[in-house]
Structures are given as structure tokens and as C-alpha cells.
Design a protein around this ligand. Structure first.
Ligand SMILES: O=C(O)C1=C[C@@H](OP(=O)(O)O)[C@@H](O)[C@H](O)C1
Ligand SMILES: C=C(OP(=O)(O)O)C(=O)O
Length: 483
């Protein structure tokens, strides 16, 4: 049961409430301990795919969606393409009733604003190539600086006119369809979202899409999430090469095998002419392990002695970021995952530095960097170049912001080493840089820093975990806000 304790308000600011949309906010975190039960929010990655898959269908009910700034952007895109997203029952029973555009989308009458969401932009740029006309997609300054070139190039190979207006491979984008499918070659080491986009759109083309990967696939578990959702909507995909060569990937493969179906794949083949039809007309979204990572990290570094933090909503799924449980275990945390009941329990523990490869789990880098700053010895985060292409360059951003709190960090192109314990963390004013994951990881660091930590731009948690600071507060953390 979540508790509110007297005395868990930081000195500055007012008690925490969910961020007010579009209002700037600083969060103040003071050294404090946490314990109790908290529920993880629904998965952002699964929600994006469920909303778009429902758009490609004749209609579907999405249960337990994450309703955050990023997933709202995908819902708006589905509407621009001719679908309908009924938000009325969100408050009552946590469902979204979606009327799909059923295969090929309409030509949007307005620009698609993807806001801060890379997933929305990549996934719905491929949708645009299905429409018989032109679509303009844009986003905020961060999104307009992220790479879209390989996807535009792939859509060009299918016969679309797909261009960056500034000819720099970045949004704003203009896409003219329609495409009927075909063969594409694309790198897999910039973003897996290009593959997801092509698979989701390819199913409703006439000829299907054969994707050949020209490099190793990074972030492969995210393609597994796609295969999982597609399977639930009755859409088949062949994985070429890798462990599951030629198999039609299914949710069963993904979830029970415990390994990554897409890892090591040479390509994918999605037959055309398929329809999106979820069983019983509905789809249910699991909890989010990337969001859970901050709560588990908070429990491991700042748990009340003798008490646990228990995170609910942790049922197994295809999410690679469930690796946070193993990473914490390897660092020496007392942590236990009850998969059947979907609960992870963690207690405050002395942590030691470890080596972690984030090739499959880029979104865990900020969390691991914070853990490394608290742990004894070096934490080497390797294979992290693709983490530079997110809302911010998270390798540099975490190095610099943890540095302001006194952490010793060495940055290389593909490796971030955090030298734990050289100095204790000290409260400081740090900049969330408009990046939700930086804000949350720095807030966890604030729980163990000496003095008070102010995180600027804390409202950006709205992108993936709108109730993050309330969850920390309910666990007993000393947090407050000021506008
Ligand atoms: O497909 C997805 O849902 C995501 C894929 C990953 O991006 P990349 O594939 O670009 O690494 C991840 O970082 C992002 O937060 C969500
Ligand atoms: C990188 C992320 O998302 P996106 O690519 O959708 O912006 C994220 O959530 O950390």
C-alpha cells in the first residue's frame, strides 16, 4: 500500500502533483528513503504499436494503454489518417476505443505533429507511404534533430517520394505514396524503429515487404515487441537468419523462449494483403520495464532499511528492458521477480560496478549510469553509440549532469564509464535537457545525494511516465515542485 509520510516534502516548492501539461516545472529532491508498493505505468512501446495496429484494423479496444505525451501523438496521427480514438472511457475503465482506417490510410488534411516522439514519427512515416497522396510530418526541436534518413531511403526504394525538407535526413518530412511493397535494404544500427515501421505498414501492402539488414540490428527486443503485437493482431512475419530463421514469429516464441527472436536476424519478410484483427477485438498493454527501472533503482539505492520497494505490473513480455532486474542482481542488489504475479521486490543494498552492454536496451543507460555513480567501483556501459540518437545525446548528457553532482565519469564514443564512490554525490541544480529519462534518472540520484537536487524541466516526465514524481512521493521520497 502506498503511503504518504509526514516530512517527505523537500524544503523548497509545493507538494507534488502530476505535471500540468505545457507548464514548466522544476523538481526538488532531497536525500530520503523509499519503501512500499507502487504500480508501473503501462508500456509506452506496446501502447504506440497497439494504437497504430488498431488504426490499421477496422477497429479495436485497447485496454490499459499508457496515456502520455508520446502515445497521444500516435493517437493523433491515427486520427489524421482517418481513424478515430475515443478517449471517453479512459478515466472510467482505462480503455481506448479505436476506429481504424482499415488498411490504407486517408491522405491527412493536416500536418502530423509527432511532438517529442521518435516512435510516432518513424512508425507513422511508413504509414504515410501507403496513402495515395502527400503527408507532412514534424515534431519538436529534439525530434527535428534525430535521424530519419535510412527510413526515407527505404521508402524511396519502395517507390515513394520520401524527403527531408531541409535535405539533412531530419524532419520536417514529406512523403508521397502509395507504395505496393517490394524489397528494401536498411541499416539496423541507427534505430530499430525503421524496421518496426516497415513491418507494420508492409502487412497491408499488396506485395508485402522484404527487409534486408545491412548491419547488425541494435535495440532488437523492440522488434520483438512489434512481432508480439502483430501476432496478437493476427499479422504474420518471417524472421530471416538468426536463431529463428524462416519461422513465423509469434508471441509465444517471444515471451516463453526468454531470448530475443530478432537478435542476429539478417532480415524480415512481411507478406502483404494481411488484415489486422485482434482476438475478441481487443488488446491489453503490459507494464513498462523502462519506467520500472527508476523505481527499482530508487529501491536499491535508497530503500528504507529492513523494508522493500515492491513494483507491480511486472508481467513477462518481450521488453528487453526487463534486463534491469538482472543488472541490479549482478550489481549486488537483493531483488526478486515473481513473474507469475508480475511483481518485483527490491531492497536497499550495497552495489558494485559491473559491465553492461546496452546494445539491446538503450533506454536503460540513464538508469544504469545513476546506479554506477552510487555503486562501488567502475560501471562500464558498452555498445552505447545508438543512445546518442535519442531525445538528447544521453551518453554526453548523463556524463555531464552526473558530473555536476560530483560523479567521476569517462566518456568514449561507444562506452560510458562511471567511476563509483570516488566522490559521494552532492545535490546540485541539474538540467533534464527536455529528456524524460534524464529527469527520472537524475531524480533517483537526488535521493542519495548530499543536500538538495533541483531538476530543471521536470515536466518532461509526461512523455512516458506522467505520474513519476507522485510515485516517488508515495514511496516516501522527499520531492516537491516549483513552477
Ligand atoms: O520501438 C520502440 O518502441 C523504441 C525503440 C528504441 O529506439 P531505437 O530502436 O531507435 O534504439 C527505444 O530507444 C525507444 O525508446 C522505443
Ligand atoms: C527514445 C525514446 O523514445 P522515442 O524514440 O519514441 O522518442 C525513449 O522513450 O527513451
Amino acid at each position: 500500500m502506498a503511503r504518504r509520510r509526514p516530512g517527505n516534502l523537500a524544503a523548497a516548492g509545493t507538494p507534488f502533483l502530476r505535471p500540468v501539461e505545457n507548464s514548466d516545472m522544476d523538481a526538488h529532491v532531497s536525500r530520503s528513503s523509499v519503501s512500499g508498493r507502487v504500480r508501473a505505468p503501462p508500456s509506452k512501446s506496446y501502447t504506440h504499436r497497439a494504437i497504430l495496429a488498431a488504426g490499421y484494423s477496422a477497429g479495436a479496444l485497447v485496454r490499459n494503454p499508457l496515456w502520455s505525451a508520446d502515445t497521444k501523438a500516435t493517437a493523433r496521427a491515427v486520427e489524421r489518417y482517418g481513424g478515430g480514438v475515443d478517449r471517453a472511457s479512459l478515466k472510467e475503465d482505462g480503455t481506448l476505443e479505436i476506429t481504424g482506417f482499415d488498411g490504407r490510410p486517408d491522405v491527412p488534411a493536416e500536418v502530423i505533429d509527432c511532438a517529442n516522439s521518435g516512435t510516432t514519427m518513424r512508425l507513422t512515416t511508413a504509414t504515410a507511404a501507403l496513402a495515395d497522396g502527400g503527408t507532412v510530418l514534424t515534431g519538436d526541436a529534439s525530434l527535428r534533430s534525430r535521424p530519419q534518413g535510412p527510413l526515407l531511403d527505404a521508402l524511396g526504394q519502395l517507390g515513394a517520394r520520401a524527403e527531408s525538407t531541409r535535405r539533412n535526413g531530419q524532419a520536417p518530412l514529406v512523403v508521397f505514396g502509395p507504395v505496393d511493397g517490394g524489397e528494401v535494404s536498411i541499416p539496423g544500427d541507427v534505430s530499430s524503429q525503421y524496421v518496426t515501421a516497415l513491418l507494420m505498414a508492409g502487412a497491408v501492402t499488396t506485395d508485402g515487404i522484404d527487409i534486408e539488414l545491412t548491419t547488425e540490428l541494435k535495440s532488437a527486443p523492440y522488434v520483438d515487441i512489434t512481432l508480439d503485437v502483430l501476432d496478437s493482431f493476427g499479422v504474420a512475419v518471417d524472421v530471416i537468419g538468426g536463431a529463428d530463421d524462416g519461422d513465423v514469429a509469434s508471441a509465444g516464441d517471444v515471451v516463453s523462449a526468454g531470448d530475443v527472436v530478432s537478435a542476429g536476424a539478417d532480415g524480415f519478410c512481411v507478406p502483404g494483403g494481411q488484415s489486422y484483427e485482434p482476438a475478441e477485438g481487443e488488446y491489453s498493454v503490459p507494464g513498462d520495464f523502462s519506467s520500472m527501472s527508476y523505481l527499482l533503482a530508487a529501491g536499491a539505492v535508497a530503500g528504507d532499511p529492513g523494508e522493500d520497494v515492491l513494483v507491480a505490473g511486472a508481467h513477462p513480455s518481450a521488453q528487453g528492458d526487463a534486463a534491469i532486474v538482472d543488472i541490479l542482481d549482478r550489481m549486488g542488489a537483493t531483488i526478486e521477480w515473481d513473474r507469475e504475479n508480475g511483481q518485483v521486490r527490491v531492497a536497499q543494498s550495497a552495489l558494485s560496478g559491473v559491465d553492461v552492454d546496452v546494445g539491446d536496451t538503450p533506454d536503460l543507460l540513464p538508469t544504469i549510469a545513476t546506479l554506477g555513480a552510487v555503486a562501488d567501483g567502475d560501471t562500464r556501459i558498452v555498445n552505447c553509440e545508438h543512445v546518442r540518437y535519442k531525445e538528447t545525446d544521453r551518453v554526453t548528457a548523463m556524463a555531464e549532469e552526473l558530473g555536476r553532482m560530483g560523479a567521476e565519469v569517462t566518456e568514449e564514443r561507444d562506452v560510458l564509464t562511471v567511476h563509483g564512490e570516488e566522490t559521494d554525490l552532492t545535490g546540485a541544480t541539474v538540467d533534464g535537457r527536455g529528456d524524460h529519462r534524464l529527469v527520472m534518472a537524475l531524480a533517483v540520484a537526488g535521493l542519495v545525494a548530499d543536500g538538495s537536487t533541483t531538476i530543471r524541466g521536470a515536466e518532461h516526465v509526461d512523455v512516458s511516465f506522467p505520474g513519476f514524481f507522485d510515485a516517488l512521493y508515495d514511496l516516501g521520497a522527499s520531492v516537491s515542485r516549483s513552477e
